[in-house]
Design a protein around this ligand. Structure first.
Ligand code: NAD
Ligand code: MG
Length: 390
């Protein structure tokens, strides 16, 4: 029986994780959960899975949540300390890091320091603080399993091979809803257009990241740290069918790929149950029913965010954290209807131009870079809105 903590249980990954737990009550047990805004769903999850400890992001929500839980024996805590308490709760063996954005940094670091294994969905952690987290994982001798479908595919395609034999890690990308939209029409795409992902059902932030392909950029940086591979060895292919989840190429010309119907329950289950495999309810693939698998190189003019991520990885130090912060601000502003789709990349680029990368040697310094990136991006955003910056 594996005992779990789920950070971000009310999100898309959190809910899918609980579906796996529900299907395998003999294999997994929930010890602690955390959520932010959706108290209704969180209280429902608490009644169903009976964790001992629950955290809400905002401590002022504690009384309301407690009010929804009369008769339930659970401790409710809040804020950053509460999230860390969930991540380090006694008895927890594995923490599912499924918070979105840099907000997951501190509780996930706390989990590793407490000796917990981590199933990592929260890619922004490795983007902003990759080298620090990989050092922490080594120091505390814990296991870090990828949940992101591409990294799970690479993880599955790399096992048993020597890293010096790898020539390329090929991350696949669906290309999102704007894969074929004429570039001149991108000027007028709406929030709804951008949220309309062709293959995957996900949280709002990652869905916008998929439309801009910043998601793939973040994944390139995530792969750099997870697999200790230099940027030159990590490339991206657009594969609109999302059947091959990623590939690894070796010096002898062989390529190993992992295939499946796109459903996050498969990589989540593998991270939870590794090295065993468990049933997931994901439909099995009928290769004979596929009309074809296609691949092509992404156009960086259409997807400037992918180029920005490679630039941030190249400049290193604090730049990826600043890029990530600017992206979080840009996506939020876009979803609030305050900037246009094309201004997302513009805002990130301008924020990066204003930053001189500095050395990062602690999570506190990552958070400082994150804060600087957010403040600068807000500033630039205001100038974009008033038209004082184009
Ligand atoms: P989501 O928006 O659906 O859920 C996010 C969760 O984090 C929710 O439980 C929310 O309550 C919590 N949260 C949000 N802000 C918080 C804060 N400030 N403090 C504490 N908790 C907070 O997001 P998601 O789609 O489930 O994605 C979660 C992470 O997994 C992201 O990093 C995303 O990039 C990654 N990921 C998601 C998918 C997917 O299919 N959804 C696939 C691969 C990777
Ligand atoms: Mg992914």
């Amino acid at each position: 029986m594996k005992q779990l903590a789920i950070l971000g249980s009310t999100g898309s990954i959190g809910v899918s994780t609980l579906e796996i737990v529900e299907a395998h009550p003999d294999k997994f047990r929930v010890i602690s959960l955390s959520g932010a805004k959706n108290l209704e769903l969180l209280s429902h999850q608490i009644r169903q899975f009976r964790p001992k400890l629950v955290a809400v992001a905002d401590p002022s929500d504690i009384p309301q949540l407690k009010g929804m839980l009369s008769g339930v024996d659970v401790e409710v805590v809040g804020g950053q300390e509460g999230l860390s308490a969930v991540a380090t709760a006694p008895g927890v063996q594995m923490v599912v890091a499924a918070i979105v954005g840099a907000a997951g940094l501190l509780p996930t670091a706390a989990a590793i320091r407490a000796g917990k294994d981590v199933a990592l969905a929260n890619k922004e952690i490795l983007v902003t603080a990759g080298h620090l987290f990989m050092e922490l994982v080594k120091k505390h001798n814990v296991k870090l399993y990828p949940v992101d479908s591409e990294h799970s595919a690479v993880f599955q395609s790399i096992e048993g091979h020597r890293s010096e034999d790898i020539t390329r890690i090929i991350l696949t990308a669906s290309g999102g809803p704007f894969r074929e939209t004429p570039v001149e029409n991108l000027q007028t795409v709406t929030i709804q257009d951008a949220l309309n992902h062709p293959n995957w059902s996900m949280g709002r932030k990652i869905t916008i990241d998929s439309a801009t392909m910043m998601n793939k950029g973040l994944e390139v940086i995530e792969a750099r740290w997870l697999f200790d591979a230099p940027a030159e060895k990590i490339c991206v292919n657009i594969h609109p069918q999302s059947i091959i989840h990623s590939m690894v190429e070796y010096i002898d010309g062989c390529v190993i790929a992992q295939l499946g119907i796109p459903d996050m329950k498969a990589p989540i289950a593998y991270a939870l149950s590794y090295p065993a495999r468990v049933s997931t309810g994901v439909k099995h693939l009928d290769l004979t029913a596929l009309s074809g698998l296609t691949f092509y190189k992404p156009d960086l003019e259409r997807f400037p965010c992918l180029g920005l991520a490679y630039r941030a990885l190249g400049e290193g130090e604090s730049m990826p954290a600043v890029m990530n912060a600017a992206n979080e601000v840009a996506v939020e502003e876009f979803l609030a209807g305050r900037i246009s789709y094309l201004q997302i990349a513009r805002l990130i680029e301008k924020t990066m131009d204003a930053h001189k990368a500095s050395q990062i040697s602690s999570i506190e310094e990552v958070l400082e870079a994150d804060e600087w990136g957010r403040a600068t991006a807000q500033d630039i955003c205001a100038r974009l809105q008033t038209g004082t910056l184009q």
